[in-house]
Design a protein around this ligand. Sequence first.
Ligand code: ADP
Ligand code: MG
Length: 623
Amino acid sequence: MPRPSTPRSAVSAKRALGARRATSSSNRVQVAVRLRPMSTYDRNTEQAIFVEPGNCIALGRDRERKFFYDFVFTEGQEQVFDSIGKPMLADAFEGYNVCLFAYGQTGSGKTYSILGGNSRESEGIIPRFCRDMFAMAQEKLDEDPTLTIKISMSYIEIYNEKVRDLLEKKKSKQAELTSLEIHEDTHKKVYVEGLSIHTVINYDRIRKLIDFGNSQRQVSETKMNEKSSRSHSIIQFELSQKYDPPTPEKRDVESLLTLVDLAGSERQSKTEATGLQFDESRKINHSLLMLGRALNSFSDGKGAFVPLRESKLTRLLSECFGGNARTWMLACVSPSAFNYSETVSTLDYAQNAKAIINKAKVNSLQQRLELRELREAHAKLTELYDMEKDKVRQMAERMQEQDDELTALRIENAMLKKNLEDVLLDHSRVRGELETARTRMVEIAKETTVVKRTPSASNMQYIGRAKVSLRNIIEQTSNYLTLPLVSDVPGVGDGAQLIVNIYPVDSKGCSTLDNATRTQAKDLLGHRVDFVVHIISARGLPKKFSHSVYCKYVYKWAEKDSYKTNDVADNCNPDFDFKKRFAFSKMNQGLVEYFQSDNVITFEVIGKARPLDEEDGELPSPQ
Ligand code: ADP
Ligand code: MG
């Protein structure tokens, strides 16, 4: 970007910043009225509009009606630029959308105010504005190497409700400009589709573009104006300021500067238009009518529907009325009586515009920056979160490990406890067993004592046994027997004997031995057999057990029935002399076999010791 052509520009740019803050910090649409000098448009009529102090416009010679505005201009171009252009520029650099409307009937000085004449002094707002804009941009660029400024421009006209790009490069001079569509982007921002945008780096380029655009404007010959009074023209600049890197103090901003030269607001009758031109006039008026209605809607304070979509103009510039922009209206009026009614209408119109409150804010790049910062913060937080998550995961893993270890330990513990319990149980069982054993031992010891103290049966008595067959009875022979007695207790009564005689007798009990006939067993079958068992005596019984002695015997087949001798006292060789006769009325084979078998009769010699209390001897001593 070139350095500013004159130092004056930079100074005025700085002043512009101050001027804005001093004048219109509010969001209300700022309304200025410019009273042009008398000219040929006034047909030599008298002046009917007057300026009074306090930005007041008074009507008629008697000042019957008065209007008050934010500005009233009667002087040259510089006054207008200082009051409107500079604050606009300052706001634009701060990142606000700014908008200027030039309103008024044809020939009232709209184009003169916006673009101006060819001399430097007669230059309108745009040339001055552009020069200052570049000067200010250069100044800012010099101050901050991190800043990049980009300025681009577009130029359109709305004619006959058609939007056209005045900077469109037509294929031929005769070809018509393309009619473009108005759309809304995803952020509800209105834009013209296919509009050419031109990046500019100095005013010369802008001038050339404006001249080129003007050459393509719809020009119609009418009595009121020899040039472009039938269409609205809109010049837009986009100013973007970006910092690399951005900081909280230096935020990227972008702003839209819109300068609108409206078509003449006069009623069609005055233009003496007919035919096609009538239709044009009607449509022009439709746009202005809608703009007027919009202004009325804003100003009646009822919050009624604002019909901004009703025309291309109001739709395209909807942000400038009640939206995100700081807006100025420059109402241009003629001072003459000839244009009186048009002037009053314009003044009313301007009055209404004063009521419009916009909602201007520094533009989206800040939000974009905030978004970027938020994204960065988000990324950092995400990173942190991931790190923390990782830590948490590691901790969780460690906890899990510890948990597992704990579980293992618990299991091991339980096992150990169980083992311990078993051991303890074993221990107590063993102790119990020991206890039982000890008890048993004590009992045994006691028993032993008792045994030693109390004589056992074997200590008390002697039993000697002897067994015999009855074979001799079958043979019918006598059997005088000396039987050795076998003792229960080994070594006691060895050599003791029992002397018995078993012999057959006849049915009268007389001995048959005299017959001396031996018989065969078969001879006895079916016959009666009698015999006698005679216990004669015993010999050599143990002395100790001879206190009282007897003998008894039993048969094998009837062990319950025993036969017993009398007791013999104090005799180791007792004589029993006990006889008993047995009779079997009819022998059979079974009986024969029985008689012939061994041990048919069992003798027992029982000898008893002297009772302890009777004994003189000492007791056995306990162990
Ligand atoms: P509009 O655009 O409103 O139809 P113009 O800006 O074309 O009107 O003005 C019509 C004529 O009046 C032009 O020749 C212009 O130079 C002249 N004129 C308008 N306003 C002024 C002014 N304030 N000082 C000097 N000449 C002016
Ligand atoms: Mg004009």
